[in-house]
Structure formats: C-alpha cells, structure tokens
Design a protein around this ligand. Sequence first.
Ligand SMILES: NC(=O)c1ccc[n+]([C@@H]2O[C@H](COP(=O)([O-])OP(=O)(O)OC[C@H]3O[C@@H](n4cnc5c(N)ncnc54)[C@H](O)[C@@H]3O)[C@@H](O)[C@H]2O)c1
Length: 401
Amino acid sequence: MKVAIIGQGYVGLTISAFAGEFFEVIGFDNNQRIVDLLNTGVSHIEGVDSLRLKELIKAGRFYASSDGSKIADADVVVIAVPTPLTKDRQPDLTFIKAACKTISENIRKSVLVINESTSFPGTLRNYIKPAIEKNSKTPIEHMYAISPERVDPGRGDYNQKNTPRLYAGLTPEASAKTRDFYSRFCDVLVEVSSPEVAEAAKLFENTFRQVNIALVNEFAQIAHALGISVYETLDAANTKPYGFMKFTPSAGVGGHCIPVDPTYLAAVAEERGVPATFIRRANEVNLEMSKYIVDRVQADNGGSLQGKSVLVVGVAYKPNVADVRETAAELVIEHLRGRGAVVAWHDDVVGSWQGESSAPLSGADITVVITKHDVVDARVIMASAPYVFDTTGKIAGAKGL
Ligand SMILES: NC(=O)c1ccc[n+]([C@@H]2O[C@H](COP(=O)([O-])OP(=O)(O)OC[C@H]3O[C@@H](n4cnc5c(N)ncnc54)[C@H](O)[C@@H]3O)[C@@H](O)[C@H]2O)c1
C-alpha cells in the first residue's frame, strides 16, 4: 500500500517515520529545501532520527518529493499542513486549501483522505471534501476521515505508538479503513461518532491547556503580590489526590498549537453566537505575561532598563526543541527593547533566529531565562549576570515568578 503524506514538518515527518515501517511512503512537501534534505536522509525535526530516515530510504520505503504527480498512485493520503491564524487572528485554511488542490489535481482513483491538521469542527465535511471534489477534473468518490494529531515533539514517554488516537470517517467504510491504516503503528484507536467530535476534542484538549496555563500565570502574579512562593503553593495544592492538576507558570504559551488552536474554537463558537469569553481571556493573560515579567525585572533593577545589557536565555518555545513559533521570548525581547535595554539572546539549540545568532552565555547586566534546555547548565546561567530572572522555576538562586 502506498501512502502520501502532504506536509513533512513536525507532524507529517513523524507519521512518515512510523508508517514507513509498514507502507511505502511518499513525503510530499512544497518546500524544496526540506525535500532535498530528507532525501539525503537528514531529519529536520526533533523526534525523527536521521538514522531511521536513512534506513527507510535504503529499504525503498520513503522518499520525499515536491512533485505532485508522485502521489498519483497513493492509496491513502494524509494531510499534515499548517493551520495558523491570519493577521487578524482568524483561522487560516490557506495551506489546507493548497493541499486539497494537490490531491484533486493528482489523484486519479478513489483513495482514503485523512486530515491530521488541527482545525475547527466541520473542516473535513464542509471544507476539505468539497474543496477536493470541486477541483477534480473527473468525478471520483473518495473516502474522508479525520484523525487529529497529538504528537508532542521532543517528548520521550509518549509517541505515535502509545498515544491513543481519535478518529472518525465521514462514512463507516472510511472509518474502517482509517482504523486499518493506523492500527499498524498505533496501539490504541478510539473511534468517535463523527468527524466533528474528533475535531472538537483536539481543540478542547489544547484549550484546556491554554486556560489552565493562563490560570496558573495569573496565580503566579497573585502569589508574588501576597509574598508567597507560587511553586511551594502549587506543590501544596498538588498533594490533593483528586480534583487538581498541576500546571506551572511561564512566560506564556508558544508553538503551533496551544496559542493557536483555542482561537479556532473561539472563532467557531462566536460564529454560532456563543461568546468564548473565557477562551479569549486566557489567551490575553498568557500574552500579557511578557509585560509582567519585564515590569518585574525593571522594578528589581532600579526602575529603568535604559542602556542595560540583557541576555534572554532560551528563545525556543519549550525545552529541547528548536521550534520558535509563537515563542513568548519574542514578546519579552520586544518589551525589553521598548524600554531601552540592549538585548542579545542565547539559544544554541535554535542557533539563528530573526536574522540574529545565539550570543555567548556570559557578560550581561541582566539575564532573563525563558526556556531552559537540558544542555544548558544552570550554574553557567547564574554566572552570566549579577541579576538573573528565571521564568521556568528551574534555576536555584535566581529571582523568578
Ligand atoms: N507541531 C506539533 O506539535 C503539532 C501537534 C499536533 C498537531 N499539530 C497540527 O498539525 C498540523 C501541521 O503542523 P506541523 O507542526 O507539522 O507544521 P510544520 O510547519 O512543522 O510542517 C508543515 C509542513 O507542511 C509543508 N507545507 C505547507 N503547505 C504545503 C502544501 N500545500 N503542500 C505540501 N506541503 C506543504 C511545509 O513546508 C512544512 O514542511 C497543524 O495543523 C498543527 O496544528 C501540530
């Protein structure tokens, strides 16, 4: 069986690596640089080992291409393209639309189309299916299903195999075929009654995280105002064996999912006349953390940051990955520069970002830690400046949330 996976990023390449064990996989991506890299056996994401990729290529089970005609004889097509927000923070289905065009222009037989990209309920039924059908030159009945991706890049304990996978087809046949496909490399498959339930469940999972992170970020500010440790208080609350789940404060939320997905849910809610006040506010609280942090740093440093050299440590949105999408570091740096600080950043996992390179971890007036990768030594961070503000709760002896 041939599987075409459209989009070879965090989600698509991860699926390629697992599916390649059982099927012949074509990794379609419209970024030629990524295609070339993958065909030399070099993985560009954490969680997919280059050695594994080389093995699959050697066994004839994987190759990447930017040529749409290569997916023509696929039996299963998986969509794994970005679903970001537009400039005015509305769901942006441009990439899904382009993926649908690639499918309709190139597929000549009936296939199973599975969407793994995160989007609002109704995307499969009301958007993907019509978009593929509209552009097809010949009328072909495809099968359609959704199986929202839950991968957490860089995570060791949960992966494609042991993370339960939700799925639902538009027809019972599509559901059955989707189950057959994933059951080769996923241990637990959970069928839900409609694609809309699967789509909504994925959005709600990430909204749950966004809201709880906002809550703990607000609580961190309350705890500081009360003169108590937020970390000790959370540990104390966490001794309750039921009805509590511990989240930890941070500079905000980042990545392609948590800051974005709740807005998809809010947009669809508001379209139906349901105010998504709580979801909208959670997003704002998390975005406002950057200002709160810079206010604290400024207050601790004589009330002015003018001319002070500030080193921001960790610009990736989370530890041990190079992903900088929607990173809270960006807003923190913006606030620091807005107050006249001379800002450099250190993150050798990211290397270069926004036309700047990772600076040495030393010699600053002030260090602000946003993300701490395992490879960065806390003692070196503490020696990098006379004042260190830590937003991660991992640096003993630093000031912090
Ligand atoms: N990154 C995560 O941790 C994660 C987890 C769960 C779900 N998701 C969801 O999965 C989807 C993909 O996210 P990602 O993180 O893999 O994105 P990504 O940016 O890492 O990868 C997307 C890839 O798609 C390619 N692409 C874009 N348009 C294309 C097109 N028309 N044809 C072919 N290739 C195209 C890009 O070049 C890129 O390589 C999103 O909906 C996201 O919300 C992501």
